[in-house]
Ligand binder design. Structure first.
Ligand SMILES: *Cc1c(COP(=O)(O)O)cnc(C)c1O
Length: 376
């Protein structure tokens, strides 16, 4: 475990469940990505962890921000980001949110439909807009396809329409799916975007920007490619698609920046065996699907778990949360094993839980308060 977080947990024994997040690690991840992709502007996807200490550190490092809602736009501004450093990246926005963001000086907006484009033309006149296209999410452990993005053909017409509506047809975006484990997902998407650039140039629309989205993975319980492998695949694909006429490049990492910076500390509430001769033990923690571990849905994201008995003999377990809801099971089919000595009252840590945990926590379901947060 991260030594700074281990020290904090040992010294303070904070009440569980809680997230402890090392803000220096956020900085290291940001710097690693900037080193790997020096040509790209980094727009941190705020929804991964919108905590003030994270935003403030990223502001100091010169990060830009991808906001999914007006509250996130305002959190960035209040943490010191300039409006020019913020992209309103959700393709689904209330009119009131568009108006407030526009009034605050935000001038970069995503869309993927004619209807949203019309809203932008009316309520954020003159803004720079980019169209999100649909790409394969294969290889992603938390896919984002289907809900967002349009076809290349529709995107072409929409970008032409954007200019007619008085908006600035600025660029294109895609998202290859979150926790993407395959570098070639970006290559295929960049190839598509490159062809659309050419098409639109021939139609008289000169785009200036490609937004590669997020998706860069965090290490959970399996090996993943290094960030440099992603960067190499991306650079090569950009050269193939654009040659020397490289447009402005944006990336929107969320998970990669904060995922491995955080650890959840949790108390074991109960270890039980349904029948004395059943080797499977049920381990109930004081955090579960509703306490913030929403990405365990479908056992998609498989966190590493450490215990005070690591190294000792283990046995098979199912791992569940503390609520009375039958859906509150994290892992039943993923062959988790935990030490046989593990007992109720002990603490375990779930590693790499810095992304998409605090914000997914429910409000008082079964009376349980959302997890507390410590930024160190
Ligand atoms: C969620 C999201 C991101 C961040 O994705 P990660 O997989 O966490 O990097 C980036 N861009 C958009 C538009 C998103 O919706």
């Amino acid at each position: 475990m991260n030594p700074k977080i281990a020290r904090f947990l040992a010294q303070h024994q904070p009440a569980t469940p809680c997230l402890v997040l090392d803000v220096d690690r956020v900085e290291e991840n940001f710097r690693a990505l900037r080193r790997a992709l020096p040509l790209a502007s980094i727009y941190y996807a705020v929804k991964a962890n919108p905590a003030r200490p994270v935003l403030e550190r990223l502001v100091r490092l010169g990060s830009h921000f991808d906001a999914a809602g007006i509250e996130e736009v305002e959190a960035c501004l209040s943490a010191g980001a300039g409006a020019a450093a913020i992209s309103f990246g959700n393709t689904i926005k209330k009119v009131s949110a568009i108006r407030r963001a526009h009034a605050a000086g935000v001038s970069l907006f995503a869309f993927d439909s004619a209807e949203e484009l019309a809203k932008l033309a009316e309520h954020a006149p003159g803004a720079r807009v980019y169209c999100r296209i649909l790409v394969e999410n294969e290889g992603a452990e938390w896919p984002l396809s289907r809900k967002f993005g349009t076809t290349v053909e529709c995107a072409r017409d929409l970008m032409i329409e954007a200019g007619r509506l008085g908006l600035d047809p600025y660029g294109l975006s895609f998202h290859v799916g979150s926790q993407q484990t395959r570098t070639d997902a970006y290559e295929a998407a960049i190839g598509r975007v490159g062809m659309l650039f050419t098409d639109l140039r021939n139609a008289g629309v000169e785009l200036r920007m490609v937004n590669l989205g997020g998706g860069f993975p965090t290490r959970y319980n399996a090996e993943i490619p290094e960030i440099d492998s992603f960067a190499l695949a991306i650079s090569n694909a950009l050269t193939r698609a654009f040659g020397n006429a490289l447009p402005e490049i944006l990336v929107e990492p969320g998970r990669f920046i904060v995922g491995d910076a955080g650890v959840v500390s949790s108390e074991v509430v109960l270890v039980s065996q349904r029948c004395p001769d059943d080797p499977l033990r049920w381990v109930y923690l004081d955090i579960g699907r509703f306490g913030g571990l929403a990405e365990t849905e479908g056992e998609s994201i498989r966190y590493r778990i450490t215990t005070p008995h690591d190294g000792g003999p283990t046995g098979p377990v199912a791992i569940a949360g503390p609520t009375c809801d039958g859906a509150d099971i994290m892992y039943e089919r993923s062959n988790y094993r935990l030490p046989l000595a593990l007992a109720h009252g002990e603490r375990v840590e779930l590693l790499a839980t810095g992304a998409y945990v605090t914000t997914y926590a429910s409000q008082g379901f079964n009376g349980f308060a959302p997890l507390t947060e410590h930024y160190v």
